[in-house]
Design a protein around this ligand. Structure first.
Ligand code: ADP
Ligand code: MG
Length: 249
């Protein structure tokens, strides 16, 4: 059984079936990409996984426990963390302070803004933050103000803010959207480094095939709300159904 099990999930918006009987299993410690044309239902599926949308029917379990009906922060505490398309960092805090925020929020069970207002020096948290920053190669930039970071470094910082929560499943929503080629390559390298340093499951929703084929071990192709095929990158590349539905051939 996968760490994430999606079974018979349906979601309608009025007359439109955004998710149509989705079955998907993501194995622990793998990187699984979900690709598909615009309107395929990728974002809808992601929103179900983070608790922003409740499906009309079906089940979703994480590590054997249902996540349906739980609030986003509860799902986050279960070990599912999401990396946003645009980094969500506090520009007026330093890199180091940003990475401490999820630690405070977790300990207090409080909201991010509350944590933001209550940054105190605390040894255990500082040590944890330093370890994570080392993991994403940002330790030497820890005193820089976040707003002054390059785009690529903001992405590294955001990744650190996710990792400091020790997620078991990292959801990445088009992590390289809008990035220049060099930043895209850097992000791919960063995700590979993270995978080498810690055991983590990644689910990537991605448009850029270069990113998908560089990172994914399994690929699910979603079309019109339904998984069309699931296979290894090599098999997906040559799959006639995929070429037709996704590459428009
Ligand atoms: P993708 O992310 O793969 O491009 P989406 O999940 O965003 O696809 O959308 C799937 C379908 O559901 C699309 O036809 C979209 O227009 C529709 N849709 C998504 N969200 C809503 C919503 N909140 N209300 C109505 N229709 C929606
Ligand atoms: Mg989308």
């Amino acid at each position: 059984m996968g760490i994430l099990e999606i079974k018979g999930v349906n979601k309608r918006f009025g007359g439109l079936k955004a998710l149509d009987d989705v079955n998907l299993s993501i194995a622990e410690n793998t990187t699984h990409a979900i690709i598909g044309p615009n309107g395929a239902g990728k974002s809808t599926l992601l929103n179900v996984l983070v608790g922003k949308l409740i499906p009309d029917s079906g089940s979703v379990t994480f590590d054997g426990q249902s996540i349906l009906g739980r609030q986003p922060h509860e799902i986050n505490q279960m070990g599912i963390s999401r990396v946003f398309q645009t980094p969500e960092i506090f520009g007026d805090l330093s890199v180091f302070e940003n990475v401490m925020i999820p630690c405070f929020a977790k300990r207090d069970g409080a909201f991010r803004m509350h944590a933001y207002e209550s940054i105190f020096a605390e040894k255990a948290i500082q040590q944890q933050a330093e370890e994570i920053l080392a993991d994403v190669n940002m330790l030497e930039k820890r005193h820089m103000i976040a707003s002054s970071l390059s785009r690529g470094d903001k992405r590294r910082l955001e990744m650190a803010m996710c990792l400091v929560q020790n997620p078991r499943l990292l959801l990445l929503d088009e992590p390289t959207a809008g990035m220049a080629r060099a930043d895209t390559q850097n992000t791919i390298a960063l995700l590979k480094e993270i995978r080498e340093k810690r055991s983590i499951t990644m689910a990537i929703i991605e448009h850029d095939m270069n990113v998908v084929f560089s990172l994914a071990e399994r690929i699910t192709v979603l079309a019109q709300g339904t998984p069309l095929v699931e296979d290894t990158p090599d098999n997906i590349k040559g799959h006639p159904k995929v070429r037709e539905a996704y590459l428009g051939e």
